[in-house]
Design a protein around this ligand. Structure first.
Ligand code: AMP
Ligand code: GLY
Length: 438
């Protein structure tokens, strides 16, 4: 194995600037197949191991110039925005760029995340288990209100388009649900993203994130993870991009993951092929586990953040080889090797996040070690000083044989980092510890 996959060394570009991109960059930097590594735009962490290039993730012409000038052969797209905006279509339509390997779907494939209405229709058409839902527009607003009145709560309202993780509203209160529907449709609460709204059946259970990397034909299932989305301990308060993550997830045993593969992963990939979508890249499947039965909450067309910070440290296969194989339709040649250890990440955020927060606070960051990994998210270098530059500032991943030990390592690093207004959740992994101690 691997003889046909002798790719040689190459220059690589990572697009994005968060903890996910720092982790992917860190992992690829360890590969013998990685020559020069660029990140656009990157953060203070990626600057230590790669060359940051100050380009917006949707500046396709700027990215083209960089790729050609630096002879880049592999591009890994971190966030969804450039994918939905068509970066892969742009590469495929350009005579000079079309040979460059790019990890991410084209804009049609990216609709799995870019339009919840599209992804719901897709799931129904291809028999992927998910919550029942109905879609309403401005024209059918009154019908939507009546529909809500005839349902039992909690009510789940979802903006169709990308809304930076804020487009899902869940409420027990029927009037609040009706008002929210009104705001979304009649007052464009999320702009164009809420010109269609899905009202979805509420699902009970524990959430799980499953990650697939596909080359359009073959696929590998990456380690699964659990994310902690709310700002407050005990899963309270506002939704965030993610406050921590754990991998592996104790309830996701082999039998359960097999069920996910058969009932969700295979029909999803078959559906994409039947739709004529040549999908190369990650599919992040957000699931609700209800009494051992998986139901899809959402698809994302990228890796999760902060899930990447626990998934990739566990991957022992050379990831440059893995990504290049995906870009060239050769994933059948790869056997994924995964560490049995547990990874736990704790995200430290800016005071006030996910609402208004300040940037530019000076930081003191503990040193990364083999089992206490330091990933930057919202940071930047200002003169000689690293300062905060976003809502989610850092992620600290602890690696250990047990969940308990990994939690302790991650939390000890989150306690050590210093900047004004620092906040982090102290309960990452505690629910899973309680589950395995039962
Ligand atoms: P999404 O942006 O689709 O990931 O939704 C944000 C969060 O809302 C999810 O992580 C779930 O916690 C919750 N959620 C979404 N859809 C449902 C549903 N049908 N039932 C219960 N919770 C949901
Ligand atoms: N952590 C959730 C996400 O990346 O969407």
């Amino acid at each position: 194995m691997g003889i046909e996959l002798n790719f040689g060394v190459m220059n690589i570009l990572v697009i994005g600037s968060g903890g996910r991109e720092h982790t992917l960059t860190w992992k690829m930097a360890q590969s013998g197949r990685c020559d020069k590594l660029f990140v656009a735009p990157g953060n203070a962490g990626t600057a230590e191991i790669a060359e940051n290039v100050d380009l917006s993730v949707t500046d396709f012409e700027g990215i083209k110039k960089l790729v050609l000038e630096k002879d880049i052969q592999l591009v890994v797209v971190g966030p969804e925005v450039p994918l939905v905006a068509g970066i892969v279509d742009f590469f495929k339509a350009d005579a000079k760029l079309k040979k460059v390997g790019i990890i991410g779907p084209d804009s049609k494939g990216a609709l799995l995340e870019g339009s919840k209405d599209f992804s719901k229709d897709f799931m129904m058409k291809y028999g992927v288990p998910s919550a029942f839902s109905k879609t309403f527009t401005k024209e059918t607003l009154e019908e939507g209100k009546t529909y809500i009145e005839n349902q039992k709560g909690p009510y789940v309202l979802k903006a169709d388009g990308l809304a930076a993780g804020k487009g899902v509203i869940i409420t027990e209160d029927v009037n609040e649900a009706k008002n929210t529907l009104h705001e979304m449709l009649a007052e464009a609460k999320f702009g164009d993203a809420s010109s269609k709204v899905l009202i979805e059946q509420y699902l009970e259970g524990i959430e799980l994130s499953v990650f697939v990397l596909t080359d359009g034909k073959n696929y590998v299932i990456l380690p699964e993870a659990k994310d902690y989305k709310r700002i407050g301990e005990g899963d309270t308060g506002l939704n965030t991009g993610g406050m921590g993550a754990v991998s592996p997830v104790p309830f996701a045993d082999e039998a359960y993951l097999k069920k996910v593969e058969e009932k969700v992963v295979k029909p999803t990939l078959e559906g994409l092929q039947k739709e004529g979508i040549h999908y190369v890249g990650f599919i992040f499947i957000g699931l609700m586990n209800n009494n051992g039965e998986p139901s899809v909450i959402e698809y994302n067309v990228r890796m999760g953040d902060p899930e990447t910070q626990v998934v990739f440290p566990r991957i022992q296969t050379d990831v440059v080889r893995l990504f290049k194989a995906a870009a060239e339709g050769k994933l059948d040649k790869i056997k994924l090797k995964v560490s049995p250890n547990t990874a736990v990440t704790t995200v430290t955020v800016a005071g006030g996040y996910p609402e208004a927060y300040k940037k530019g606070h000076k930081m003191e960051i503990p040193v990364s070690t083999k089992d206490k990994l330091v990933f930057h998210a919202g940071t930047t270098q200002k003169e000689e000083q690293i300062v905060t530059n976003g809502g989610r500032v850092m992620a600290f991943t602890g690696m250990a044989k047990t969940l308990n030990a990994a939690v302790k390592k991650s939390q000890s690093m989150a306690r050590k980092v210093k900047y004004n207004g620092k906040y982090f959740r102290k309960d990452i992994g505690q629910d899973l510890l309680a589950l395995i101690q039962k």
